[in-house]
Design a binder for this molecule. Structure first.
Ligand code: ATR
Length: 304
């Protein structure tokens, strides 16, 4: 029941209709017995400053931030966590008294998912990262923070991959970062020496079918991750599974980034199991409603 003690949280994005987060976050508040609420807000980019300052004036406890505001919102914040600063993107705002603190929980969500769902630690491992957009940045920063030995970034547009390489090298001098174009012959041998292969591109979504990488060398020694969660099994994951690789999709990253945000706001451990059930139900519902025309997308949690 909403009353004078209800704490406010929510998500700002544009558009926001397809967000899966309210179901997951409100289920967590209910489970924890907290008088809190999470509401989606459609915020035109021209009104971003007013929305953030308005939320502060209204005594919000927290906000998630999604497309297209994740970079732009930084200028309205007082402080950034290290992952948010290095990735150059904020997906979670903590209203800490008068101070607005920006976090990026996307990368933590990815790492938590590796750990809890596959028992995988990035420390001293080699990873192949396909893509160099917003999702790739969060994943790359979190892998570097978790002690990955080598990151090989493959991207259609070389410039973006080079920028990502530069920011990882600047912040994590011990991490080896290689950049390759999608037709580079060295990719085959890099596949063999990598334990983790991550697709962060939109190749594999219903609107952009296909494979983001040749599958020749993929086998049982690989953990293959696709940040896409709709469809739940992309062609990339299907082919990887056929070749004996362990596979994970972006739904778990989505879950854990939300859980981390919830923990930042409430200071309590998140009720993961209940959040997972709510997310699965919502994905099923949205999948049925949206069908082929409006795929719910992928975890760039930009699109959560
Ligand atoms: P996000 O912020 O969601 O990660 P983005 O910044 O637009 O989205 O990044 C999308 C990624 O998918 C990029 O790496 C993009 O490659 P480019 O940098 O060359 O644009 C990649 N991508 C999207 N469609 C692609 C396609 N058809 N072929 C190859 N790469 C593609």
């Amino acid at each position: 029941m909403i009353d004078g003690n209800t704490r406010l949280t929510g998500i700002i994005g544009y558009p926001i209709e397809h967000t899966l987060s309210p179901a997951m976050q409100n289920a967590a508040f209910a489970e924890a017995g907290l008088n809190w609420i999470y509401v989606p807000f459609s915020v035109d980019p021209d009104h971003l400053a007013a929305a953030v300052n308005g939320a502060k004036a209204l005594n919000f406890a927290g906000l998630n931030v999604t497309m297209p505001h994740k970079k732009e919102v930084i200028k309205y914040l007082d402080e950034l966590s290290a992952p948010a600063r290095i990735a150059g993107a904020v997906n979670t705002i903590q209203f800490d008294g008068d101070r607005l603190v920006g976090h990026n929980t996307d990368g933590q969500g990815f790492i938590d998912s590796l750990k809890h769902d596959a028992g995988f630690s990035p420390r001293e491992k080699n990873a192949l990262l396909i893509g160099a957009g917003g999702a790739a940045r969060s994943v790359a920063v979190s892998l570097a923070m978790s002690g990955i030995r080598q990151l090989a970034v493959i991207n259609r547009t070389a410039d973006k991959a080079l920028k990502l390489q530069e920011s990882i090298k600047d912040n994590f001098p011990d991490c080896i970062v290689k950049v390759l174009s999608p037709d580079d012959e060295k990719i085959v041998s890099l596949q063999s020496e990598s334990q983790l292969i991550v697709n962060t591109t939109s190749i594999g979504m219903l609107t952009n079918p296909g494979l983001p990488l040749g599958m020749e060398r993929i086998g049982p020694s690989h953990l293959v991750y696709d940040v896409i969660y709709f469809p739940a099994e992309t062609e990339f994951l299907r082919e990887a599974k056929k070749r004996g690789a362990e596979t994970l999709n972006g739904a778990r990253m989505l879950l854990y980034q939300g859980a981390t945000a919830w923990q930042i706001w409430t200071g309590r451990p998140a009720p993961i199991a209940e959040m997972a059930v709510a997310l699965t139900d919502e994905l099923e519902l949205k999948g049925k409603v949206d069908g082929q025309s409006k795929p719910a997308a992928r975890t760039n949690p930009d699109r959560i």
